[in-house]
Design a protein around this ligand. Structure first.
Ligand code: XUL
Ligand code: CO
Length: 435
């Protein structure tokens, strides 16, 4: 076992009375709720990129993060990161992790060199997964950082770029199969456009669908039983991203007949950028039976970009967890912390403190959501609000027994409509009592 965190032992649950910063106060992995342990419910995952490769630089400032695994040689750093990854997972009691190909190995000077760097690191990861019992929630290909992707990946006007993307996806699926990944994610950061003036939108979207179909076919061919996920985001780095939000992505999947092969990996901060609450995105996905997994984080409503903060907003997390509960959980998906420490939280120990904060918040939110469900808090509100559809003319409408003529006849006799107040403020106030 490596020791990048010599002063930190395995994090334990100590309860709300604990003053120990390095302890869970709400997340008790072995606590049984609704017949399953909290660990089984939560399926937490750590994001390799934010945790192990992020350096704390921003467009105005240099790297600040203390990261003792950095070495002069890129492959040496990559190997050290593998050690640190599994030390973090084990000490944080997190079973899953997620990565982009580029997070785990340097690209080198050719695609062939990238492949062999990946093979070397994947071998190490496989060994560590076996010895620690950790699992890969999902992997993906980074098809947005390298300059070749300046005009997109599958949506690039340059067919050579499409081919290169395909080669990355193929390798990603081979790696996923070797490591037993439960999902494969597509996040199309550069699959969008800068201006319509020179864009063939139809061809670009057809090509994205072509790559998705090739991926589904290849996974089948190699016997990799994986759930494919698309992660919507409206913009950044693209000015307009095609997978704008859950609804737009579902329309895309249906248009190309891919709705049975893909579900959605939804991210809180992406919802904010699309002008939605996170629970809206989850509800839309649920209505299509397409809620697959989540990237847990939060944005800042005063900033217009993807800040990827660790989730600590209890209110929003409760509504998120309620949707997940209604979905019957997320498996084979999970809760991936696509979250990064703030620039001023540059210490090595902050990686622990931030994950503990996120895990405690999500666990606490889950237990509150369970209580809301037990009390039928939302169920009763909705039942009462739509009761006019359970009898009389409403029941006829729902049963398909009404038409414009019968409804006109009814309306002529009942034209003094009486509505009921929703008492929204009261509802919100009672909801607060649960927090
Ligand atoms: C970017 C983002 C990505 C995806 C994986 O906003 O969320 O990290 O989660 O490519
Ligand atoms: Co994400």
């Amino acid at each position: 076992m490596s020791n990048y965190f010599p002063n930190i032992d395995k994090i334990k649950y100590e309860g709300t009375g604990s003053k120990n910063k390095l302890a869970f106060r709400h997340y008790n992995p072995s606590e049984v709720v609704n017949g399953k342990t909290m660990k089984e419910h939560m399926r937490f995952a750590m994001a390799y990129w934010h945790t192990l490769t992020q350096d704390g630089s921003d467009p105005f400032g240099a790297a600040v993060n203390e990261r003792t695994w950095l070495a002069a040689d890129k492959m040496e750093t990559a190997k050290n990161r593998v050690e640190a990854n599994f030390e973090l997972l084990t000490k944080l009691d997190i079973d899953y992790f997620c990565f982009h190909d580029l997070d785990i190995a340097p690209e080198g000077d050719s695609l062939q060199e990238f492949y062999s760097n990946l093979d070397e690191i994947v071998e190490l990861i496989e060994g560590k997964m076996k010895s620690t019992g950790t699992k890969l929630l999902w992997n993906t290909a980074n098809m947005f950082t390298n300059k070749r992707y300046v005009n997109g990946a599958a949506s690039s006007p340059n067919a050579d770029v499409f081919a290169y993307s395909a080669a990355q996806v193929k390798k990603g699926l081979d790696i996923g199969k070797k490591l037993g990944a439960e999902n494969y994610v597509f996040w199309g950061g550069r699959e969008g456009y800068e201006t319509l003036l020179n864009t063939d939108m139809a061809l670009e979207q057809d090509n994205i669908a072509r790559l998705f179909k090739m991926a589904v076919a290849y996974a089948k061919e190699i016997g990799h039983k994986v759930q494919f996920l698309i992660e919507p985001k409206p913009k950044e780095p693209s000015k307009h991203q095609y997978d704008f939000d859950a609804a737009t992505t579902m329309a895309f999947l249906y248009k190309y007949g891919l709705q049975n092969d893909f579900k959605l990996n939804l991210e809180a901060n992406h919802a904010t950028l699309a002008g939605h609450t996170f629970e809206h995105e989850l509800r839309v996905a649920r209505s299509y039976n397409a809620l697959g997994s989540i990237d847990a984080n939060q944005g800042d409503l005063l900033l217009g970009w993807d800040t990827d903060e660790f989730p600590t907003d209890l209110y929003s997390c409760v509504l998120t967890m309620y949707e997940i509960l209604e979905n019957g959980g997320l498996a084979p998906g999970g809760i991936n912390f696509d979250s990064k420490v703030r620039r001023s939280s540059f210490g090595m120990d902050d990686l622990f403190l931030a994950h503990i904060a996120g895990m405690d918040t999500m666990a606490r939110a889950f237990k509150i959501a369970v209580k809301l469900k037990e009390d039928k808090f939302f169920d009763n509100l909705v039942k009462e609000r739509y009761k006019s559809y359970t009898t009389g003319i409403g029941a006829d409408i729902v049963a398909g027994k009404a038409d414009l003529k019968s409804l006109t006849e009814y309306a002529l006799k009942n034209d003094k409509v009486v509505n009921e107040s929703s008492h929204i403020e009261y509802i919100k106030s009672v909801l607060n009592d649960y927090l």
